[in-house]
Design a protein around this ligand. Sequence first.
Ligand code: SIN
Length: 283
Amino acid sequence: MALSISPSAVAPSSATCGALIHGIDLRDITTALAEEIRAIWLKHKVVAFPDQTLTLEQYEHLATFFGPFGQDPFFKSLPGHPHVAEIRREPDEKTPLFAEGFHSDWSFLEKPPAMTMLYGRVIPPMGGDTLYSDQVAAYDALSDEMKEKLEGLIGIHSARRGYSRAGQYGEKDVGRSMAIVYDDKALATQLHPLVLTHPETGLKTLFLSPGYTIGIDGMEENEAQKLLFELYAYQSSEPFIYRHLWSEGMVTMWDNRSLIHAATGGYDGYQRVLQRITLAPRA
Ligand code: SIN
C-alpha cells in the first residue's frame, strides 16, 4: 500500500530524538496514516506536525487513533472535554513555572501513559521551548558497570513532590492559572523498574525522573538518594537533549517510555496555552 508520509516529509532533529513531519493535515487521520505515524514516532520518540487547524473535537478524534485515553489525575479537564487539560500561563503570572523539572508523564500510575499529545494554541514569540531527553540513548551510553548495577532495581514513583497538599502545586501555590487540583492521594507510591524494556520497540530505556522517582525499593535511603541524584544529572545531560521549539498550531506527540521532558521559561509578559491529552498503553 502507498505510504502517505514520504521519507522526505520527515525532518529529524540533530539530536538523537525528535522529528518534524511536514505536509500532513491531521484532520485527515485514518487508521493506516496513524500506523505510519506510530512507526515514525517510535523511531524518533517525539514528533511534531506544524500548522494544524483542529477543533477540540477533531483533536480528541485524532487521539483515539493512538490508544485509549489515559487517566489525568490532579488536572481539571476543559469543560465538556474530559480528556483534554490545558497547560496555561498568563502574561503576568508569577507562580513557579509548571513542569520545569524533568519527568515522564504520570509515571506514578500503575499504567503510565504511553503517549502524550500537546497542541500549541497560544505560543509566545520567544522562550517556552520543551526539552526532551532520550532515555534509550542514555541507557545505551551507560557504562557496563552501571548497567549491571541498575539491573533489577525498582524505582519508587510518587506524585507527592508536585501534587500533594504540601507539594509544589499544593496549598501554597497561589495565583496559578492552570487548573491543578492537589490532593493527598498524591502521597501514594507505585513501583516500576529503573530500566524498562520498551513494550513496542524492545529497546532498554531508563525509567526514572527527578519529578516522580523518590526512592529505590529495598535500598537504604542515603544510598538510594545518592544513586538517584547521580542518575538525574546523567539522564538530563546535554548529549541526550532535544530542544523543541513551538509554533502556533503545532501538534506534538511524545513517547513517555523512552523520553523524559521539561518545560522552560523565558517568555515573561506573554501568554502560553497548550492542550494536552494523554493516551494509555495499547492493550
Ligand atoms: C508538560 O510537561 O506536559 C508540559 C511541557 C511544557 O509546557 O513545555
